[in-house]
Write a protein that binds this ligand. Structure first.
Ligand code: NAP
Length: 302
C-alpha cells in the first residue's frame, strides 16, 4: 500500500515527542505531525535553534500545537530531566520519534563517557525509551519509532570497543550506532510481544538527504557532492516520509522497517523495506540490551 500523508486523518488529541526536531528531517517530521493536529514536543538541545524552528513550522502550519523542551542526548542526566519533566506535565504519550543524530564527528566522549555517536544516536535514546515506557504503555495505540540508516549495513557491534576504548573509526562508530538502533527496535518488538504489551516498535531510515548531518564531512567532499545530489539524494521533506509512514500509517506493524523504495534505497517513495540479516541477530541484540541497561544504569522493565 502506498503511503500518502494527505490521506491520513486528523490525529487530534495525540502527543508526540520528536528528538532533534529543530533541523533537517526532524523539522519535516514535526511539520507532518502538526498537519495531522498532533501536539509535538520538540525535544532539542538548543533553545534558540528550537524556537526558530518552531516559528518556521508555525509559518507553514498555523494551527500547529508545539512545545519546545530541552533534551541533550550527550548527557544521561539531561535525558532523565527531560523524561521527568515530561511525565510531570503529560499523562499520555502516543508517539516517541527518536530522530536526533550526529555523523562522523572527530572523536569525543559524552558526559557519561560514551563515544559521542554511540551516546547521542543510541544509548540516550535507549534510556529515553526506557524512562518513557510506562507512559507509552498506558497510552492506547502508542508507537516508538527508531531512526536507522543505510550505514547499518556495514556496521557491526564491537562489544570490546563499543565506546572507542581501543580505537576510533568515524564511519565505523556511526555504522555501529545505527545498527544498534535497529537491533534495539527489533529486540524491543520481541520483548514487547513477550510482555503482552500493545506498544508498537517500528523503525525507519530516510535514504540520503543533504542536511546538517553532513557538516563533519571534509569541505572538499561536500563541494564534490553537489553535482551528484540530484542523482542519489532527495529533499528532507521526502526523506522524512518513511518515519511519518512508520509513525502514522494504520497498516504499520511492530517490527516493520520503512525506507525509500527507489534508487538503492537512497531516495524514492516510502515503503516497507528489509534491513540486512545481521540486524536481526537475536543473540547480539540481547547482549546489546543487557550492556545498554548496565551502561545507562537503568533496568528496562516491560
Ligand atoms: N540525512 C541523511 O542522509 C540521513 C541518512 C541516514 C540516516 N539519517 C538519520 O536521520 C536523523 C536526522 O538527521 P538529519 O539528516 O535531519 O540531520 P540534522 O539536520 O543534522 O539533524 C540532526 C538533529 O539531531 C540533533 N542533535 C544532535 N546532537 C544532539 C544532542 N546531543 N542532543 C539532542 N539533539 C541532538 C540536532 O540538533 P542541533 O541542530 O542542535 O545540532 C538536530 O536537531 C539522524 O538520526 C541521522 O542519523 C540521516
Amino acid at each position: 500500500m502506498r503511503f500518502n500523508l494527505e490521506n491520513i486523518p486528523s490525529q487530534k488529541g495525540k502527543i508526540a515527542i520528536v528528538t532533534g526536531a529543530n533541523s533537517g528531517l526532524g523539522k519535516e517530521i514535526t511539520i507532518g505531525l502538526a498537519k495531522k493536529e498532533i501536539k509535538v514536543i520538540m525535544a532539542c538541545r538548543n533553545q534558540s535553534k528550537a524556537e526558530s524552528a518552531k516559528a518556521e513550522v508555525l509559518s507553514k502550519v498555523n494551527n500547529a500545537d508545539l512545545e519546545v523542551m530541552i533534551l541533550d542526548l550527550s548527557s544521561l542526566s539531561s535525558v532523565r530531566n527531560f523524561a521527568s519533566a515530561f511525565g510531570k506535565k503529560y499523562k499520555r504519550l502516543d508517539l516517541l520519534i527518536e530522530n536526533a543524530g550526529i555523523m562522523v564527528p572527530p572523536l569525543s566522549k559524552t558526559e557519561d563517557g560514551f563515544e559521542s555517536q554511540m551516546g547521542v544516536n543510541y544509548f540516550s535514546h535507549f534510556l529515553l525509551t526506557n524512562l518513557l515506557y510506562p507512559l507509552l504503555n498506558k497510552t492506547k495505540g502508542s508507537r516508538i519509532a527508531t531512526t536507522s540508516s543505510l550505514a547499518h549495513e556495514s556496521g557491526r557491534i564491537d562489544f570490546d570497543n563499543l565506546n572507542a576504548e581501543k580505537g576510533y573509526s568515524k564511519m565505523g562508530a556511526y555504522g555501529q550506532s545505527k545498527l544498534a538502533c535497529l537491533l534495539f527496535a527489533y529486540e524491543l518488538k520481541r520483548r514487547l510481544e513477550k510482555a503482552g504489551s500493545n506498544v508498537i516498535a517500528v523503525s525507519s531510515h530516510p535514504g540520503v538527504s543533504k542536511t546538517n548531518l553532513f557538516a563533519n564531512f571534509p569541505k572538499i567532499a561536500q563541494i564534490l557532492m553537489v553535482p551528484l545530489l540530484p542523482i542519489f539524494t532527495h529533499s528532507p521533506k521526502h526523506a522524512a516520509l518513511p518515519t511519518l509512514y512508520a509513525a502514522l500509517s494504520a497498516d504499520a506493524e511492530s517490527g516493520d522497517y520503512y525506507g525509500p523504495t527507489g534508487f538503492n534505497g537512497m531516495k524514492g517513495k516510502p515503503g516497507k523495506v528489509k534491513s540486512k540479516p545481521h540486524s536481526y541477530d537475536e543473540k547480539v541484540a540481547s547482549e546489546l540490551w543487557d550492556v545498554s541497561e548496565k551502561l545507562t544504569g537503568e533496568k528496562f522493565i516491560l
